[in-house]
Design a binder for this molecule. Structure first.
Ligand code: GLU
Ligand code: ZN
Length: 494
């Protein structure tokens, strides 16, 4: 039997790390086993549904380069959007009613609330629905329904016995039926199915072989197995994926940082870095290998290597991966990402002029070697394209120094830069070092004001490379300009 797995998100929010991890694991499992990856939209909760979330789902999968074999608009088991499958759920709920496996419940919201209050007051160990309508004669119930009385349909959960479901990672999980949620609603008053009913029917009808989803769904496991039994169906295999935690050991959430994929996208992460890192959240190939391309994972992913223990999401590690993947990109494909950013930030024109292209060409090795995020490119090389309109004088002032010392440093710099082009990088460094010693300063105390003068920022690429790229004349001009600005500042302070 060929593997059929699905990602079944509810479009009620942006795609986040946890959801994408589920999508990727299912996708890779399908690919590694020559199976099918199915995308199913679980949009039965119409109150929480929204169009933006659905669009975000499509955009995210497209950005990651994760196509579905079956899903909206494609495949023989559709429709793949639950809102288009309501007739099917009705039909199967009716079947459960006919077989005495489900029943109509006419309890009002007020009554259910009273039951809850009572249980709370008595500290009763029976929580939840009190099965009030379970024994109403079905013919009588049907009459009441047909007379227009509002009702839901509930599953008749056996009150005796136990239910076991087997999880490929966690092993057997057994619950007493008496502890499974008492007779959960499977069809709501408005005729809409609940998650449990729709999910089980669809997994069966779509011939899903393995359910890989987050561990949060484990508590629903026994109930789902009972539903399969009620229909007389065999459940698929289950594989619940370990939780994703923040560094503090609590479940990953906004408190730890961004969790939605669109934030990472906007922040200049590459899809291949995200895919690699997220794939290691609860899965490993062996004890040492860290780098996996999408193509690697399509071959190597296996269920046996999924961990039980929670995974810890380390933002720094993801950042590191991103830098690594920026270095691994081909020049052409990295430029394809960087040029639109430079254009959007107004650093270069669209289309780029020949001169702008030549500058980028020169700066490229440096950029590729140093960028952590694609979005940093504009800040990193703006100085090569734009004059610095005005300096933030404080940036040019190293700690524990007086502003009045800086003009002298800048003069010294202009002087020793005279032969800059004739010297090697090491020689230039030596000259700067020697001069700083003579002046009783640290090397950094000379470098910082010069760097700010040349590039406008403290964060720029290495100084000598920056000067070489910009050209010595321009660099010297900028040093003079900063000096004048500082002298003016000093004058107006007196
Ligand atoms: N719609 C559910 C969710 O949003 C699917 C859970 C499952 O995979 O069964 O997580
Ligand atoms: Zn009832």
């Amino acid at each position: 039997m060929s593997v059929r797995v699905r990602y079944a998100p509810s479009p009620t929010g942006l795609q986040h790390i946890g959801g994408v991890r589920t999508a990727l694991f299912n996708y890779f499992y399908a690919k590694a086993n020559g199976g099918s990856f199915i995308l199913r939209i679980e949009d039965t909760d119409r109150e929480r549904y929204n169009d933006e979330s659905l669009q975000d789902l499509y955009d995210t999968l497209q950005w990651l380069g994760i196509p579905w074999d079956e899903g909206p608009g494609k495949g023989d088991f559709g429709p793949y959007q639950q809102s288009e499958r309501f007739d099917l759920y009705q039909e199967y709920a009716q079947k459960l009613l006919d077989d005495g496996k489900a029943y109509y419940c006419f309890c009002s919201a007020e009554r259910l609330e009273e039951v809850r209050e009572e249980q709370k007051k008595n500290k009763s160990k029976n929580q939840g629905y009190d099965r009030h309508c379970r024994d109403i004669d079905p013919a009588e119930a049907l009459k009441r329904k047909e007379a227009g009385e509002s009702c839901v349909i509930r599953l008749k959960v056996p009150m005796e016995g136990k239910t076991t479901f087997h999880d490929e990672v966690m092993g057997d999980i057994t619950r007493k039926n008496a502890d499974v949620s008492p007779d959960p609603v499977i069809v709501k008053t408005d005729g809409f199915p609940t998650y449990h009913l729709a999910n089980v029917i669809d997994d069966h009808m779509m011939e899903i072989t393995h359910i890989m989803r987050a561990q949060e769904w484990i508590p629903s496991g026994p109930l789902h197995v009972l539903l399969y039994e009620a229909f007389g169906w065999t459940p698929p295999k289950y594989c619940h994926l370990p939780l994703v935690m923040g560094k503090d050991g609590s479940k990953l959430s906004k408190r730890h940082g961004s969790t939605s994929l669109v934030d990472f996208r906007k922040a200049g992460y590459l899809p291949e870095a995200i895919i690699n890192y997220i794939s290691l959240l609860g899965w490993s190939f062996d004890d040492s290998r860290e780098f996996f391309s999408k193509e690697d994972l399509e071959k190597l992913f296996s269920m046996e290597k999924i961990n039980k223990a929670p995974a810890v999401f380390d933002y720094k590690k993801l950042e590191w991966f991103n830098g690594q993947y920026i270095r691994m990109r081909s020049k052409e494909s990295l430029l394809e990402l960087l040029i639109p950013i430079l254009q959007k930030d107004g650093v270069v024109s669209d289309p780029m002029t020949e001169e702008e292209t030549a500058i980028l060409d020169g700066a490229f090795p440096l950029v590729q070697e140093r960028l952590k995020f694609t979005t940093d490119v504009s800040e990193t090389i703006r100085f090569l394209y734009k004059d610095i309109e005005s300096y933030t004088v404080e940036d040019a002032l190293p700690k524990k120094m007086e502003l009045s010392q800086i003009p002298g440093i800048l003069d010294a710099a202009v002087e020793i830069l005279g032969d800059f082009d004739k010297r090697t990088q090491e020689e230039n460094e030596q000259v700067f070092y020697d001069r700083s010693q003579e002046m009783g300063l640290k090397m950094g105390q000379i470098m910082q004001p010069v760097r700010v003068a040349v590039t406008g920022t403290k964060m720029s690429p290495p100084l000598f490379e920056s000067i070489a790229l910009l050209g010595l004349d321009k660099a010297v001009q900028r040093i003079e300009t900063l000096k004048e600005q500082i002298i003016k500042t000093l004058g107006s302070d007196q």
